[in-house]
Design a protein around this ligand. Structure first.
Ligand SMILES: Nc1ncnc2c1ncn2[C@@H]1O[C@H](COP(=O)(O)OP(=O)(O)O)[C@@H](O)[C@H]1O
Ligand SMILES: [Mg+2]
Length: 267
């Protein structure tokens, strides 16, 4: 498999957390948009059967005839499923509910954990950044993403049970590193939906920083109503209202992500 991994300049990341509703898709869309806005070419691969990233980028259900399900099943090359989003420099491989079936079908397939890394190989050089928006589960789809990427960004919602699932996710990433993808690492943990009026939010943020140290990005994404409105308009928050606090935070996060990439790969 080694030859399929990245040697050039493409950076490939998964946005993962097996909890639903923690801000994975919001982070994927807005981080990608912020990266595209500074001239990076970006691809989002939506591997959640709910297809929220596809909807949030304005690719409606009727324009997803070619999608990630067919790619994982090997029916079509990934290049055929790439579509343009409403954002310049930002492409998408959309997802549909068919993908739910893929989880089961994959179990029977050869190289079932390597379907995505193999499908990505011919096009990965076309982009500066490739982001996988993962489903809320540690299933075979997420495993495929963890095999295909170099690093993981973990969105963590500032709420009481936030840390509970995190150790399982970290263990899973460790296990993938020692078996299927030796270079896998956590790029960072991003605190999402932070509410400064809520004492608990603050406490959770402190606990997470104590536990994970500088793996946690300095940038914290605030809870912001404009961010939650944006998907129903088929736009990233950064396009819907680029001045709102949520959008500004995602711009900061993007520069932190770029800085970390530079640091990690300077050697
Ligand atoms: N910073 C934020 N402020 C307000 N609402 C948010 C924020 N981030 C995400 N949301 C909302 O929370 C819900 C879950 O976010 P989402 O990104 O879809 O999570 P996941 O992909 O992890 O399931 C969505 O309705 C989304 O619009
Ligand atoms: Mg999602």
């Amino acid at each position: 498999m080694e030859e399929l991994r990245i040697v050039g300049s493409s950076r490939i990341l998964a946005i993962a957390n097996q909890k639903g509703g923690v801000g994975k898709t919001t982070t994927a869309i807005n981080l990608a948009t912020a990266l595209a806005a500074v001239g990076k070419s970006v691809l989002i691969v939506d591997i959640d059967p709910q297809g929220n990233a596809s909807t949030g980028l304005g690719v409606d259900r009727f324009n997803r005839e070619k999608n990630v399900y067919d790619v994982i099943m090997g029916h079509i090359p990934m290049a055929d499923a790439v579509c343009e989003s409403v954002i310049p420099n930002l492409d998408l491989v959309p997802s549909t509910p068919d993908l739910t079936g893929a989880e089961l079908e994959l179990i029977e397939m050869d190289r079932r954990s390597h379907r995505l890394v193999e499908a990505l190989a011919p096009i990965k050089g076309n982009y500066d950044y490739i982001l996988f928006d993962c489903p809320p589960s540690l299933n075979l789809l997420t495993l495929n993403a963890l095999v295909a990427v170099q690093s993981v960004i973990v969105p963590l919602q500032c709420e009481f049970f936030a840390l509970e699932g995190l150790s399982l996710l970290i263990k899973t990433i460790e296990r993938v590193r020692t078996t299927l993808n030796p270079s896998l690492e956590i790029q960072g943990v991003v605190l999402t939906m932070f509410d400064k009026r809520n004492k608990l939010s603050d406490q959770v943020a402190q606990d997470v920083r104590e536990y994970l140290g500088d793996k946690v990005y300095q940038t914290v994404i605030p809870r912001n109503v404009r961010v939650s409105e944006a998907p129903s308009h088929g736009k990233p928050a950064l396009i819907y209202d680029h001045r709102c606090a949520g959008s500004q935070a995602y711009i900061k996060l993007a520069s932190e992500v770029i800085r970390r990439e530079k640091r990690q790969f300077a050697a």
